[in-house]
Design a protein around this ligand. Structure first.
Ligand code: XMP
Ligand code: MG
Length: 179
């Protein structure tokens, strides 16, 4: 892995720590006295989740999902394929979905709709980043850390071809890596 593959650092490790701290404070206030089921969408959101939960003082249980989405912003009929489902019965539970980055919103809009059919007490979204684009998939994340320019970003869990996840910052990948 070459540091030179990163064209520009968008969010430093310090920026990310501050954002995580602020979001955790809001979650602690909103869910005081409740027990949370934190659902992480693998793999990219794992780093964010690991940092976030260590700032939470509400009771937390963890579960994980693997999903893949097909289609694009231009195809509102896109679907989400649940490759690996929850082990937990979410009926009556307060679910907090952890997502690394919201792009078109397709993944989360379909996933929230699916989880709502399972009668949870609530389903909310905590997203580290949201891309600065027009979005046709209606999505209302309760917690959003950062607005990200419409570029392909890696690091802090996010990958390109499974690489760069371990970077402690979020950066824009140089086009030379694609070509
Ligand atoms: P949608 O369009 O469904 O996409 O909101 C969300 C998923 O797409 C991936 N994604 C990215 N992954 N750098 C990445 O490494 C990016 O810039 C990027 N944009 C979208 C991500 O997996 C997210 O869950
Ligand atoms: Mg990826």
């Amino acid at each position: 892995m070459h540091q030179g593959d990163i064209k520009k650092v968008l969010f430093t490790a310090d920026d990310l720590a501050g954002v995580v701290e602020d979001m955790a404070a809001r979650i602690n206030a909103d869910y005081a006295g409740e027990k949370l089921l934190v659902v992480t969408i693998l793999k990219g959101s794992s780093v964010f989740m690991a940092d976030l939960i260590r700032k939470l003082d509400v009771d937390v249980e963890l579960d994980f999902m693997v999903v893949s989405s097909y289609g694009s912003a231009a195809q509102s009929s896109g679907t989400v394929d649940i490759r690996c489902d929850l082990r937990t019965d979410i009926a009556g539970r307060h679910v907090l979905l952890i997502e690394d980055i919201i792009d078109t919103g397709l993944t989360l809009s379909k996933l929230v709709a699916e989880l709502e059919t399972r009668d949870p007490a609530s389903v909310e979204i905590a997203a580290l980043m949201i891309k600065d684009i027009e979005r046709e998939h209606a999505i209302e994340p309760r917690y959003v850390g950062l607005v990200c320019p419409d570029e392909f970003v890696v690091g802090y869990g996010l990958d390109y071809n499974e690489m760069y996840r371990q970077l402690p910052y979020v950066g824009v990948l140089d086009e030379k890596v694609y070509s």
